[in-house]
Design a protein around this ligand. Structure first.
Ligand code: CP3
Length: 345
């Protein structure tokens, strides 16, 4: 049966629902044996992302395994820096490595213009996934926040503290802003193409929001996210597409996140009760189980999940999710169990 108004889209419109829609950040990935089987055929992870048929299969795996309420595009946030000529590859046990990271303001000035057509493999994956999904399951497209993309582009790899990046910003504030505005424009064109290809919802991942203090966060990250959201809301192609903002452990209150005009805020597990209450009814909310709970017994999982469901039961527009992504050490049986008990609540 065609359901023209899926639970997930209702929640994003802040409807009060008796059961929350459920999906998980990083729901497709290494914790699933089905994923690992396909992954083993590719040396470089990004080569796998460049195959739209494989991406379609991977995006559907968690939907088939757990009957979730939303699918997410299978791809990566580092497709944009790769298209800008920074040459990204993924090395086992090290994560992403950039062959041409940004080292100077000259490097920013000399960046090639972003050509959204270079990422046509992503839009093709979106269309394939959309065609393969039942019509009642919405598809989430995504990008990294301009700040998170800038941090990887300067650091050239993953890092705990991004020291090189922080030093670059301190010494080249104008260059950093130029890079951030270039990335904001690229994110806009990229997301617009994903929506044209069939994405129903957009999520912006500010995965490295946590390394900025409050002032830097506003100046270097949230300002650019705001511009990106304004541009999307003003464009006829994307104006009706709900936008979810995930910021990892941000050094700001929920009010500041709401001011970005995102339709939904994805809460990290450290968000305090006061801040959660402030956000009630102002935006849809998503989250925020600590993924580490999924390494515990069923009893602990049920206890912690029910605490969250109790907390959000009178919130209009609540989506069940984790505070960050599923990790490779999680047993898929626990994900299945969690999904079932949330539906039973
Ligand atoms: O279901 C899904 O969410 C899958 C789609 C997806 C991936 N990456 C696949 C992936 C999404 C939405 C992302 C986003 C992404 N990529 C983020 C933001 C999300 C977050 O968790 O904060 C970030 C920071 C990246 C960058 C990235 N991609 C890193 C740092 C790594 C290496 C991680 C590691 O532990 O090795 C990746 C690789 C990656 N992206 C994998 C997957 C399934 C694992 C790659 C592999 O199989 O080797």
């Amino acid at each position: 049966m065609i359901n023209s108004n899926p639970l997930f889209l209702k929640a994003l419109k802040r409807e009060q629902l008796s059961t929350p829609p459920i999906w998980y950040m990083r729901q497709a990935g290494r914790y699933m044996p089905e994923y690992r089987k396909i992954r083993s055929k590719f040396k470089n992870f990004l080569d796998m992302c460049k195959d739209p048929e494989v991406c379609c299969e991977l995006a559907l795996q968690p939907i088939e395994a757990f009957s979730l309420d939303a699918a997410i595009l299978f791809s990566d946030i580092l497709t944009i820096p790769d298209a800008l000529g920074l040459k990204v590859k993924f090395v086992e046990k090290e994560g992403p490595i950039f062959e041409n990271p940004i080292k100077s303001v000259d490097d920013v000035n000399n960046l090639i213009p972003f050509d959204p057509e270079k990422l046509s493999y992503v839009y093709k994956a979106v269309t394939n996934i959309k065609n393969a999904l039942p019509s009642y399951i919405p598809l989430i497209g995504f990008c990294g926040s301009p700040w998170t993309l800038a941090a990887y582009s300067i650091e050239g790899r993953s890092s705990k503290s991004f020291d090189k990046t922080i030093k670059f910003i301190m010494n080249n504030m104008d260059g950093a802003h130029l890079l951030l505005s270039r990335l904001t424009d690229a994110c806009f064109l990229y997301l617009r193409k994903q929506v044209q290809a069939g994405a129903d919802v957009i999520q912006i991942f500010d995965s490295w929001a946590n390394i900025l203090d409050n002032k830097q966060l506003n100046n270097l990250s949230l300002n650019y996210i705001k511009s990106l959201i304004i541009a999307l809301k003003q464009d006829p192609v994307t104006s009706k597409t709900p936008i979810i903002l995930f910021a990892r452990e941000p050094s700001c209150d929920s009010k500041t996140l709401i001011e970005t005009s995102a339709d939904c805020i994805s809460l990290y597990w450290s968000m305090n009760d006061f801040d959660i209450d402030i956000a009630r009814g102002k935006t849809a909310l998503q989250g925020n189980l600590d993924p580490k709970i999924l390494l515990e017994s069923e009893e602990v999982i049920k206890n912690e999940a029910y605490k969250i469901l109790d907390r959000f039961k009178d919130f209009p527009g609540y989506i069940f999710n984790l505070g960050h992504g599923l990790t490779p050490d999680i047993n898929p049986e626990k994900v299945k169990y969690l999904t079932e008990i949330v539906r039973e609540f």
